[in-house]
Design a protein. Structure first.
Length: 560
């Protein structure tokens, strides 16, 4: 197969513009899944210890990626070679010195069992002590564009809001996802005077069961140290409540959680009302500094006018490390999440070395850290790019693309938001694959991976995954994978993987990068896209020559 590619790729550059089907077939011959899987096997081996941010295992994985970037001929474009240091703070909960309890109107105290009933989130600076009334705020959303406001008419001053995860059906998924992002949501509650949030997962859209959600509840959280990233100020309490135990929150309120969950299942309107119980919280946390890094390599473009514009291919390298054992296994290997995307980064970079193409724009190969901690690595890079500052025109993010069924349908997050979606659809069609939008908007996938860091800087971005149609056997396969393997030790090398699907996916991603790098025009948001607003916001807030909506020289210039 590899030998045949030399002739096929000789005309690939021209074919990509004139004969898209021929280009697709030639690109498809570049990949067989085997080299991709060989990288996954390295990254998801037990000696990588689950690649937790800042760990020795992640450092070993980063060294491996750097060597592969070097072999592929990528130019180092970090601050220290390929490395862009990222400073973080680690936050641990000392659970034995922490507690949660409900307090009734009569003063009766009902202790909650941490892990069984609820658990703390340490992604905020928890106050040592919080005692406050509870208010059920429905989905907890303010969506000005839809004149939708769950906070309207509620007295939240000095209180803790209880939320049901999800959104009403008449709020478009893009808006719902954005306004459910942690910083944006908290800004609304902070303005209303709330002091905390307790979230109840919608039992109809949980990726993994509560037993596994709570299993690693004491695993450290992290945050970026710079003040510009601190968007949870004033949030004294953040906790997640077990939906199976949530009825105790609603006792005496005139409502039941079963009633509310049934409404949430169909994304119907949910009532909002004060609860009869208060929350009493004691939290002991310990913080310490740590440093990790993004890895940045550049394949320079050749066009004198366009080579200082950049198309990013991003994937996170970190996973969740070593955690509570399941079936005797405590290493959370992260083969698919996100060994799969990280392996693709290296495999596609190598394909440009073995089969060079004339690219007008430059490509950034970005391996980010701390995605599992809240998109921290990509958030830092998007705000302070070590390459491409002011001239990043697009991001294609690869995260847990799950080649576990034959690739017939590609789920494209952002399909309708920019002409990057149009390009992705055209590339998919040339490979005989159908592109579809997210069939499960309740999962809020578009804000849950690194593309969102670029979107917030006005940069058209996509995330693409092997997909399925609702109601098909493939849907059950994906659901079973999430239930049994997502963020579990069983996301390891002993799972079924479709190498043909992986190879076809790689070919599609590569061709999309080529088409975007060689197009006459840079990608643009659609006029009716919600995310278009971030271009204006960036233009207003950033200095000249900087930001996703401007052009300008980068700290690393491809013309050098």
């Amino acid at each position: 197969m590899r030998a045949r590619t030399h002739t096929a790729l000789a005309v690939l550059g021209a074919a990509s513009l004139l004969f898209p089907l021929a280009a697709a077939r030639a690109a498809e011959m570049l990949f067989d899944g085997a080299s991709w899987w060989s990288h996954v096997k390295v990254l998801a081996a037990d000696n990588m210890q689950g690649r937790d941010t800042g760990s020795e295992g992640l450092k070993r994985a980063q060294a491996y990626v750097v060597k592969e970037f070097e072999k592929a001929g990528l130019k180092p474009a970090g601050i220290k070679g390929y490395y862009q240091p990222v400073k973080l703070v680690v936050r641990d909960i000392v659970e034995k010195e922490s507690s949660l309890a409900l307090v009734g109107k009569d003063g009766a105290v009902e202790p909650l069992v941490l892990g069984d009933d609820a658990y703390f989130s340490t992604r905020v600076h928890l106050a040592p002590s919080v005692e406050a009334p509870l208010v059920f705020a429905g989905y907890g959303l303010q969506v000005p564009e839809m004149n939708y406001d769950d906070l309207a008419g509620l007295d939240l001053k000095g209180k803790v809001a209880v939320l049901l995860s999800g959104s009403p059906a008449d709020v478009p998924s893009a808006l719902a996802s954005h306004y459910q992002s942690a910083g944006v949501r908290w800004a609304a509650f902070r303005r209303a005077g709330a002091v905390g949030i307790i979230s109840i997962p919608n039992p109809n859209s949980m990726d993994i069961p509560w037993s596994r959600m709570s299993l690693n509840r004491t695993h450290p959280s992290m945050d970026l140290v710079e003040a510009e990233f601190q968007d949870a100020g004033g949030e004294q309490l953040a906790a997640t409540f077990n939906p199976a135990q949530a009825e105790k929150l609603f006792a005496g309120s005139g409502h039941t959680f079963a009633e509310l969950a049934e409404l949430g299942k169909d994304r119907k309107a949910v009532p909002r009302f004060p609860l009869t119980v208060s929350i009493k919280a004691r939290a002991k946390t310990v913080e310490k500094p740590i440093e990790s890094a993004n890895l940045v390599g550049v394949l320079p473009g050749t066009d004198a006018k366009l080579r200082d514009e950049y198309v990013v291919l991003s994937a996170h390298l970190d996973h969740v490390g070593i955690g509570a054992p399941i079936n005797g296994d405590s290493i959370y290997n992260g083969a698919m999440d996100n060994g799969s995307g990280s392996a693709l980064l290296m495999d596609i970079a190598a394909s440009f070395k073995s089969h060079p193409e004339k690219l007008r724009r430059s490509l950034i190969f970005l391996s980010v850290t701390a995605e599992e901690k809240g998109l921290l690595g990509s958030r830092y890079f998007a705000a302070h790019p070590s390459a491409g500052a002011g001239a990043i025109i697009a991001d294609v993010n690869v995260d847990m693309f799950l080649p576990i069924v034959p690739l017939k349908v590609l789920k494209v997050l952002g399909l309708a938001d920019s002409d990057m979606g149009d390009r992705a659809r055209q590339v998919c069609e040339s490979f005989g694959v159908r592109a579809i939008p997210d069939p499960e908007p309740l999962r809020n996938s578009f804000i849950r991976s690194d593309q969102y860091s670029f979107i917030r800087h006005g940069i058209p971005s996509l995330k693409m995954d092997v997909g399925f149609e609702l109601g098909t056997p493939e849907q059950k396969i994906f659901k079973d994978w999430l239930t049994n393997r997502y963020h579990a030790p069983s996301d390891d090398l002993n799972q079924p993987v479709d190498l043909q699907a992986a190879a076809l996916y790689e070919a599609i991603v590569r061709q999309l990068l080529v088409n975007t790098a060689n197009a006459d025009a840079r990608p643009e948001w659609k006029a009716d896209s919600f995310f278009r607003r971030f271009v204006t916001e960036q233009s207003a807030s950033l200095p000249p020559g900087y930001g996703g909506s401007r052009t300008g020289k980068a700290p690393f210039s491809a013309s050098r």
